[in-house]
Design a protein around this ligand. Structure first.
Ligand code: FNR
Length: 319
């Protein structure tokens, strides 16, 4: 049941599959005879230096994967020297995670990530079938009263209805800005129009995301709309991407199409489920090592060397 909760997507899971498949349609165009004896992967996101352009996406309920939950993930993020975005629906409180390590944390601490694509919960049929019950949300303990671990069917829908205000809209970003000085990143942008609106309301960054295919099914794969968003933003703020990053070559492709960094969702949870903190570290280091090798073999010793001319889309008949 928990595996399905993590792995699954909305309805036909079309977007879930596309997120991965569209990366596979991009073919790399390496340059040879470049000095690649040193590969530099460190980058800076909104003033915070991270060891590689690979961050941890916000995903809920890490304690369903491992008893140490978000605390183990945060320690791995600190060791890897990257940013972990802590989910609002975490199974550990912000305070517990903050106390556990020195990782840069983008959640009411250094920045706020506003998830914009979840006015209501997407229909995840595996959760309904499995009668998936979410445990109490740690950050909302005592504030909402949802029956946890009942046998009446999945509680994910009532949970969401009680927590999320589906009237929240662009106008309300001004309110959010009025109550915090923290930079606000908007997560869930998939179109040029929304990227432009995000710029107008003063977003400090944009995350191109379809929520890992868990919200509206039949939205495009994130990698296929990245360039459109990057062009609309015009380098004014960082553009990040998540969805379907499974290899260092995927990270490279996202950077080639204009992302400043990527976020990783499910692979982190799988690492956590397998081996706790060590498992998350392993996943992050695998991606980084693969990126390093890809940069070397593609003739890109620095992140700035990775350009649009290093990747082309192949038509499906080429595959
Ligand atoms: C998510 N995601 C998510 N996003 C968010 O903004 N807040 C959240 O609480 C969650 N929770 C969540 C739980 C689980 C189990 C998954 C798999 C995903 C979406 C997440 O941040 C990210 O957009 C995707 O996971 C990226 O896709 P990949 O890397 O999983 O393919």
């Amino acid at each position: 049941m928990y595996y399905d909760f993590y792995a699954g997507g909305a309805e036909d899971e079309h977007t879930l599959k596309k997120n991965v498949q569209e990366f596979q349609r991009i073919i790399l165009q390496p340059r040879v005879l470049v000095d690649v004896s040193n590969i530099a992967m460190s980058t800076n996101i909104l003033g915070y230096t991270i060891s590689a352009p690979i961050m941890i996406a916000p995903t809920s309920m890490h304690k369903l994967a491992h008893p140490e939950g978000e605390l183990a993930t945060a320690r791995a993020a600190a060791e890897f020297n990257t940013i972990m975005i802590l989910s609002f629906s975490a199974s550990s409180s912000v305070e517990e995670v903050a106390a556990s390590c020195d990782a840069v944390r983008f959640f009411q601490l250094y920045a706020i990530v506003l998830t914009a694509d979840r006015p209501r919960r997407g229909r995840k049929e595996a959760d309904i079938k499995n009668k998936m019950n979410l445990p109490q949300l740690k950050n909302l303990e005592g504030l909402i009263s949802i029956e946890v671990f009942s046998d009446k069917g999945s509680n994910t829908k009532p949970y969401t209805n009680e927590i999320f205000d589906s009237s929240f809209c662009w106008r309300d970003i001004a309110w959010l800005k009025s109550i915090t000085n923290l930079p606000i990143l908007i997560k869930g942008i998939l179109t040029r129009e929304d990227a432009t609106k995000a710029m107008e309301v003063g977003a400090a960054g944009i995350i191109v995301s379809n929520h890992g295919g868990r919200q509206l099914d039949y939205t495009p794969a994130t990698i296929s709309v990245l360039e459109e968003v990057v062009q609309a933003v015009g380098r004014k703020v960082p553009v990040l991407l998540d969805g379907g990053i499974r290899r260092g070559t995927d990270v490279f492709k996202a950077l080639a199409l204009g992302a400043q960094a990527v976020l990783v969702g499910r692979p982190v949870i799988y690492g956590l489920a397998a081996k706790g903190e060590a498992g998350v570290r392993k996943v992050m280091h695998m991606l980084k090592d693969e990126l390093e090798l890809t940069m070397a073999l593609a003739g890109c010793p620095t992140l700035k060397d990775i350009s649009r001319s290093h990747g082309i889309s192949s038509s499906s008949s080429d595959l």
